[in-house]
Structures are given as structure tokens and as C-alpha cells.
Design a protein around this ligand. Sequence first.
Ligand code: ATP
Ligand code: MG
Length: 137
Amino acid sequence: VERTLSIIKPDATNRNLTGKINAKFEDAGLRIVAQKRIQLTKAQAGEFYAVHKERPFYDELCEFMASAPVVVQVLEGEGAIAKNRDVMGATNPADAAAGTIRAEFAESVGENSVHGSDAPETAAVEIAYFFSGLELV
Ligand code: ATP
Ligand code: MG
């Protein structure tokens, strides 16, 4: 079965939405196989989002991701990467389908409540960024 890396972002942890977002994953058939709350530094956020280094929103994104604790989790299931992105909804909540996490909870295109890996290669790198082999059973 496939695994993907998910992050509940500061806008959502600030509003105490972790449980409601976890329920969305579980209702979609995704299993939370590892999870922890951490505080990223701006440098760590920058390293995680390095692919966006040249984008105009990069600095704002890194500030935001370091502004409060985040909850990181590994989700497992059949087609977990695509399924998670379906459950998340479009990047901009204005475009997100009804019932998705971003449609229900996101505040803006930047403060959009969740991150999800976008391909098997990035999922493997992102899972290893946050979790050791011992934490993954
Ligand atoms: P994520 O990678 O967080 O799962 P995504 O794949 O839907 O989201 P990306 O295009 O990879 O979207 O952008 C990464 C993140 O950068 C977005 O989730 C959002 O927080 C932020 N972002 C993207 N576009 C903008 C924008 N135009 N203005 C501000 N922030 C943005
Ligand atoms: Mg992305």
C-alpha cells in the first residue's frame, strides 16, 4: 500500500482543527500510521519547501509555516497520494470542491490548512524528512 506525507498547517492548528482534519483523512479511508506535533524553524520550512524557492510567495510561505506548531503525519492507503490530494481540495480554497478540507477550513491560498505530497518520489523524501524508520510501523 502507498504512503504519503501530510502536514496540518499553522492556520489549522491555531484554530484547534487537528481532530476535524484527522477525521477527514479517516473518513476517506486513509490510515494515520504516524503523527506528531512539531515547531519548524523558518530555515527548516525553507528547506522543506525548497522547490518553491524562486516563487514570489516563498518567503511568506516559510514565515507562515514557522509561525506556530504544525502536525505532521504519514497517511497510508490504496492510492494514498492522490486520495489525500482529493481530500485536501484545490490549493486555493475558492476553487476547492465542497466537502474537501480546504473548502471547509482554509482561509486563503497561502493559509490553506494542509500540505500533501504530490508524487511517490516526493512522498518518500518528505516522509524521511520528518520520521525515522523506528517511528514507521
Ligand atoms: P502543498 O504543496 O502545500 O500541498 P499545493 O501542492 O496545493 O500545496 P503548491 O503549488 O505546491 O500547492 O504550493 C505550496 C504552498 O504554497 C501552498 O499550499 C500554499 O500554502 C502556498 N502558495 C501557493 N500559491 C500561493 C500564492 N499564490 N500565494 C501565497 N501562497 C501560495
Ligand atoms: Mg505542493
